[in-house]
Design a binder for this molecule. Structure first.
Ligand code: AMP
Ligand code: ZN
Ligand code: ZN
Length: 428
């Protein structure tokens, strides 16, 4: 049975006078004053937090009492399977749209669009804010089109100049205070009911950074993960405070965009040692997955060289394994190169006056979504969720449909299957 959210007004019977209907509607529109008997419509609220690069098994390795409590009082997924490539921009937008990157157009953190003759890079504001790059329909668009207010604090894709965009939004800043973000989220949820967003999505950029620098299994990563868990405790407590004060119930979901894989030192392939990059027109992406367009006369040779090199694999566009769901979008060029699990692929850069600088990072992501190292997390608590329920691993493209269901809005067609995840809701 689907969870139903009955709006108070729909229960008003014909026998009531116009004046009393008007009084009820007015009291729903304005905050209830003390002594008012009318209870507010049981509207659903959803807060979604993404913690970048939070690998599925960090709570098993490190001390995370607050996430563990969410699992006990709500839902925890065995793991959350990302979409390909398992990078930040493609995946946050897959969560928002329910589409694979091949279908929403953010095919990498950086890419070239041959029709527009423009390059997209996550650090270039003029690209990130241009709706031309963001295809598909994000959950905030679906919601806003149907009159449901939304807010985003740094969610990838929400900065674009679409017609239907979050009514409240903050543009990305590196190193911004998480506590300040939490303050703003609580403020949004405490606004008068006529202004208050029903969907709030926000984003923390760790533990991705520390996972890259120190690897998933390190004292540094442990420290950051445990600090983030403390923040989860703070958010849960403050949401409870808002629920009490505003007399509302809030659903709280935590996800991550992907996990983090460890690369032992020395496990690196340098692309510039394999192919002649001067004969490659375009190359985008980053360790461990690059998308490239060799000069037309060099395509076959480049493919041969790459395919005979150990510890990397190469595919021609359209020939990737089916479960990658990747290879039809016009922004994907002729070749896709990916390192083997636990291996890195880099382009050596010549640092000015320093000779060859070999980059080595202890952790990365971008590999096959089935590779368990790439899996993220999904936790959820609140009135619509079961308690103590373990959800089997599912694909992140299903989350859009879940959010639409909780908000009571009509979803658009997506790649996700709500049925893979409906068991998390009470009544299913
Ligand atoms: P990556 O690990 O390369 O897939 O990307 C992670 C990085 O993306 C984070 O460290 C952030 O700095 C960056 N990032 C996340 N959201 C945004 C955004 N909305 N705009 C620009 N950069 C972002
Ligand atoms: Zn990420
Ligand atoms: Zn990362």
């Amino acid at each position: 049975m689907p969870v139903k959210f009955t709006h108070h007004a729909s229960r008003v019977t014909n026998t009531m006078s116009k004046a009393s209907i008007f009084a009820i509607l007015l009291s729903l529109l304005t905050a209830c004053s003390p002594g008012t008997k009318v209870t507010r419509a049981p509207e659903s609220y959803v807060v979604v937090l993404s913690m970048d690069g939070f690998r599925w098994d960090y709570p098993d390795r490190y001390y995370t009492p607050n996430l563990d409590k969410m699992a006990r009082t709500g839902v925890k997924a065995a793991s959350l399977q990302p979409s390909y490539p398992t990078k930040t921009f493609p995946n946050h937008y897959s969560i928002a749209t329910g589409l694979y990157p091949d279908h929403h157009g953010i095919v990498q953190n950086s890419f070239y669009d041959p029709k527009l003759d423009r390059v997209f890079r996550m650090g270039v504001r003029s690209a990130v804010e241009d709706s031309i790059f963001w295809e598909g329909e994000a959950i905030w668009e679906t919601a806003e089109m149907q009159g449901v207010k939304t807010a985003s604090y740094f969610w990838v894709g929400s900065e674009s100049n679409e017609t239907y965009r979050p009514g409240f939004r903050k543009f990305y800043e590196d190193g911004f205070s998480y506590v300040q973000q939490i303050d703003t989220v609580m403020h949004w949820l405490s606004l008068p009911i006529t202004q208050r967003p029903r969907l709030v999505m926000f984003y923390f950029n760790e533990p991705d950074g520390v996972g890259h620098n120190s690897g998933p299994e390190s004292q540094e990563t442990k420290k950051v993960v445990e600090e983030l868990d403390q923040l989860v405790g703070m958010i849960s407590a403050r949401l409870k405070g808002v629920e009490k004060k505003e007399k509302i119930r809030i659903n709280f979901i935590i996800v991550s965009d992907h996990g983090m894989g460890f690369i032992p030192e020395g496990n690196q392939v340098f692309l510039d040692e394999v192919i002649d990059l001067k004969r490659v027109r375009r190359i985008n992406g980053g360790n461990p997955v690059f998308i490239l367009e060799p000069d037309s006369g060099y395509l076959e040779e480049a493919y041969r060289l790459l395919s005979t090199t150990r510890h990397i694999r190469v595919w021609e566009k359209g020939k990737l394994p089916d479960h990658y769901h990747y290879g039809t979008h016009q922004r994907i060029p002729a070749l896709i190169v990916e390192a083997d699990s636990a291996w890195g692929v880099e382009i050596r850069r010549r640092a000015k006056g320093e000779g060859i600088k070999i980059e080595y990072t202890r952790g990365t992501h971008g590999y096959d979504p089935v590779n368990k190292d790439m899996h993220g997390i999904f936790y959820a608590t609140g009135p619509v969720f079961k308690q103590g329920f373990i959800q089997p691993t599912f694909e992140n493209v299903a989350i859009y449909g879940l959010l639409a269901r909780i908000l009571g809005i009509n979803p658009t067609k997506t790649d996700g299957n709500f049925m893979t995840i409906n068991g998390v809701l009470k009544g299913y």
